[in-house]
Design a protein. Structure first.
Length: 637
């Protein structure tokens, strides 16, 4: 996430001072463009690899700082969560065996981190969203201890003025609230960089936008969040909502999210994007900037433009412009933030190769794509690809809508082959990487499809935590095999590691599909619910979903025993019979502690609450199921 030397607490005077520096940097950039100071005629590529650290029970392992301290490799750095790391690959000239070299460096760094992570009881996983992540993992205690992250969290919360609300809809629906930016840590990606000349930036940036949909449709790998089946690339929706600084308003006005696809084509230069982002998005964090960029230019040096780069790092376009300096020469890059991590390094580099080839071929064939494509169509296609993957309809030349499954093999892969060949990539490497994409599309087995098919195959077996653990365990094992994701065998339940890995906390097996009533409702409804759904406990909520009571089967029997005929005919409200202020525990409560609570208070049902709101329930029957799982394993052993 860029420069770390920021102030965690920044007052308005400091922010105004930073804005002065930001505007000076922008003017310096304009002068550099006017004086043709940027490196040109060189095409370089690079990448940032984000990964998850996974513990023995296949959940998130917050040991990033310990791993970094032992590893001591400058290529590896922090990400937002203590259970994430990021590898920064070396820049490569886009020619010859550069794709093989990119994959080898990912594999080398991955192996180094695996060896060190093992010393801390963790494994390393490439995946867009870790299937086993729980909301309880996303606390500020699990945020990497860097001033930048805390400052970003505080600034976004200040602008929003309220909790973060998330709403996702796919085959399942998820609607949750959270009090910090840590849901962004659910996402990991393989961000690739493509160096361009200043004079060709606008043309190639527009091509990058135009190619985003088909490349993403073929690469999806993030269909699950908290066990819910949402978008084929849920990262797109999750990231946009997790860094959103907009607060609800009663007025009809347009407000741009900080994570976006953009609003229109670029007309002339990179300056347009920086100007729009400065105009639309307030400065979130500041830093002490000492450099005078005009003095640097006068001395013949490339300025760092630190203020511009810091602000740019807090605006998350899916195709983001980047300014950099390499060997004393300033340059411009397009950062493709669309691609998810995984399923394997080969898959990731194949996705990157697909995009690199399309960038070259589309430029050769069309030049200015704005003449043949509508920006609104391109943007709509991007979100369709995120939602539906290979099932998306993608708008193409002459406003035709083509299924991604047809467009990619029929038109896009042949173009990408031509583009890579024109860049001097050996034919064998072109076949190796684009063949991986071609086979994946032909079988329909993207990373997302493998996860969904595996989950469907596990339906009705084990608990939700076991099924998600099996997906994670299988991903870890199959990544080590070297086979690309479309050749993986489905996940098996026995890969989850047994009952003891998935029953340590209440949230791993609590019931979340609940039947509840309001305290003003008729008690007869409770009796009907118990009869219809074969349950013995019904929680009572108020209008804000706060738990206010509990009605048990035993309570109703007592009511029936003591009521006269006339009393039974009276419409009795739930509030008269419910147990008020029931004993509750939070979701992260250890299972043994929950059992002790139930024994101590002689209760057969334990509501699970977070911030006073009901999120689940466990009963004696659930613990009987746990015991049954244990007995089965012992007998099988």
């Amino acid at each position: 996430m860029g420069e770390q030397r920021v102030r965690q607490e920044t007052d308005t005077v400091e922010l105004r001072r930073f804005m002065q520096k930001l505007l000076v940097d922008l003017r310096a950039l304009e002068q550099m463009l006017a004086e043709d100071r940027f490196e040109s005629g060189v095409r370089r590529i690079g990448a940032e690899q984000e990964v998850f650290l996974v513990g023995p029970s296949f959940g998130a392992a917050p040991v990033a700082m310990e791993v970094l301290e032992e590893l001591g490799d400058p290529h590896v750095t922090t990400e937002l969560g203590r259970f994430n790391l990021e590898f920064n690959l070396d820049p490569l000239t886009l020619e010859g065996d550069c794709l093989r070299r990119m994959e080898r460096q990912v594999e080398t760094l991955l192996q180094q981190v695996r060896e060190v992570a093992a010393h801390h009881g963790a494994q390393v996983l490439l995946t867009g969203i870790l299937p086993t992540l729980d909301k309880s993992d996303l606390t500020l205690e699990n945020m990497a201890p860097r001033p930048r992250y805390r400052a970003l969290n505080d600034a976004i919360k200040r602008l929003r003025g309220q909790h973060f609300e998330f709403h996702f809809k796919g085959p399942d629906e998820l609607h949750i609230s959270h009090d910090n930016v840590m849901l962004e840590a659910c996402n990991t990606s393989f961000q690739v960089h493509f160096q361009v000349g200043a004079d060709e930036f606008a043309r190639l940036y527009n091509i990058a936008q135009a190619t985003a949909a088909p490349v993403l449709a073929a690469a999806t790998n993030s269909p699950l969040l908290f066990g819910k089946r949402l978008w084929r690339e849920t990262r797109i929706a999750l990231f946009q909502q997790s860094i959103d600084t907009r607060s609800p308003t009663t007025h009809v006005r347009e407000q741009s999210p900080r994570v976006s696809f953009g609003r229109s084509w670029v007309r002339d230069s990179v300056v347009e994007i920086f100007q729009e982002d400065i105009a639309r998005f307030r400065v979130l964090i500041g830093a002490e900037i000492e450099e005078d960029p005009f003095a640097a230019l006068a001395e013949g040096r490339a300025p760092k433009l630190a203020a511009l780069r810091l602000h740019n790092s807090t605006v998350y376009r899916w195709m983001r412009p980047c300014y950099g300096v390499l060997d004393g020469r300033p340059h411009l890059r397009i950062e493709n933030r669309v691609l998810p991590a995984g399923p394997t390094p080969r898959d990731e580099v194949a996705n990157a190769a697909f995009w690199f080839g399309l960038m070259k071929a589309m430029d050769e064939e069309f030049g200015d794509v704005t003449r043949v494509l509508s920006f609104d169509d391109v943007k709509e296609s991007f979100f369709a690809a995120a939602r539906h993957g290979l099932n998306a309809q993608i708008a193409w030349i002459d406003r035709k809508s083509v299924p991604a499954r047809e467009l990619i093999p029929g038109e896009m892969l042949p173009r990408a082959r031509e583009g890579l060949a024109a860049l001097g990539i050996p034919a064998g490497d072109v076949d190796h990487y684009l063949g991986t994409v071609e086979e994946r599309v032909a079988t329909g087995r993207t990373g997302s499809q493998w996860l969904l098919d595996s989950l469907e195959g596990l339906a009705g077996r084990g608990t939700k935590a076991e099924r998600l653990g099996a997906l994670t365990a299988a991903s870890l094992e199959r990544q080590r095999s070297g086979l690309p994701g479309h050749e993986w065998e489905p996940a098996r339940l026995d890969e989850a590691g047994g009952w003891h890995k998935h029953y340590s906390r209440i949230e791993q097996f609590m019931t979340t599909d609940l039947f509840t009533v309001n305290q003003d409702e008729l008690v007869d409804l409770v009796a009907c619910l118990m009869d219809w759904e074969h349950i013995r406990h019904v929680p009572v909520e108020d209008g804000d979903h706060r738990l206010v009571g509990l009605v048990t089967h035993r309570t109703l029997l007592r009511l029936l025993a003591r009521s006269s005929g006339e009393e039974r005919r009276r419409p009795i409200p739930v509030s008269e019979v419910m147990q008020k202020h029931p004993i509750t525990v939070p979701p992260h409560t250890p299972t043994l502690e929950a059992i002790d609570v139930m024994k101590k208070h002689k209760i057969g049902c334990l509501p699970i609450c977070e911030d006073g709101r009901l999120v689940g329930i466990v009963t004696e029957r659930d613990f009987m199921n746990v015991a049954g799982q244990l007995l089965e394993e012992l007998l099988a052993g």
